[in-house]
Design a protein. Structure first.
Length: 243
């Protein structure tokens, strides 16, 4: 996304200006156009996107919470990357929570609900084969929402969402995720079938396999991000790179 986005473009591509600004910034970071060490200000990003500073501020704060930005002053941030320890810690916790969620879902799911979960898994596989990232993301969200509903534990849901935002969306939007999309979809389908069989041992093994694959992808991306060192955010370029 190298062209300047105006407010109407953001509004069309996202349900809100905040989400649009967030998606643009996340895409710039994970595709190395905004590199580690680059300094961002609310005013300059707002001018770049042609919208007010308020949605920019909220988008920057969201990325700060996810460990992709570090605040250096009231309205200035520096692009950073989660450390390997942060990625590993997040994946460790997510592995435990997902294992519990899928096991509870297997216990609670009716035969009809289990069939719906398998259908969603099959739709993820189809979307990955078609190369439709947007459709894949939509079905992936439905899949995880169904698991959380079936697990019936609001505390697990809230913690899982918070952690998944730190690593999963980062992985999903990265340039390297395409090579993993199909195998990730197959892993979801495998989990859905284990839920249908109420096979708790298979669920734990499948969750561990899935999270460890995601862990490796994110760690690889973090390593790549750290190898790119940027400079000050000036106008429409970073060290001559068009944003």
């Amino acid at each position: 996304m190298n062209e300047v986005m105006n407010s109407s473009a953001l509004a069309k591509s996202s349900p809100s200006l905040v989400d649009g600004a967030y998606d643009w910034l996340l895409d710039e970071i994970t595709n190395f156009r905004l590199t580690v060490g680059v300094s961002l200000t609310e005013a300059k990003v707002a001018a770049k996107l042609g919208i007010s500073r308020t949605p920019i501020r909220e988008a920057l704060q969201r990325l700060e919470q996810q460990g992709l930005l570090r605040r250096t002053s009231a309205a200035r941030f520096t692009v950073t990357a989660p450390s390997a320890k942060e990625v590993n810690d997040s994946c460790d916790v997510l592995q435990v929570l997902d294992s519990l969620s899928y096991k509870r879902a297997a216990t609670n799911a009716s035969s009809e609900q289990a069939e719906k979960l398998i259908l969603l898994g099959e739709q993820m596989v189809a979307a990955s084969l078609e190369g439709s990232s947007e459709q894949w993301t939509t079905v992936d969200a439905q899949f995880h929402e169904m698991i959380q509903n079936l697990s019936d534990n609001e505390l697990i849901r809230s913690i899982s969402i918070q952690i998944r935002r730190r690593v999963h969306r980062f992985w999903l939007r990265s340039a390297s995720h395409h090579s993993r999309l199909n195998s990730c979809s197959e892993e979801h389908l495998e989990l859905a079938r284990a839920v249908q069989r109420r096979d708790l041992v298979a669920i734990e093994l499948a969750v561990n396999n899935h999270i460890n694959h995601m862990r490796k992808s994110v760690l690889d991306l973090v390593s790549q991000l750290e190898s790119f060192v940027g400079d000050e955010f000036v106008g429409s370029s970073i060290q001559g790179q068009k944003l």
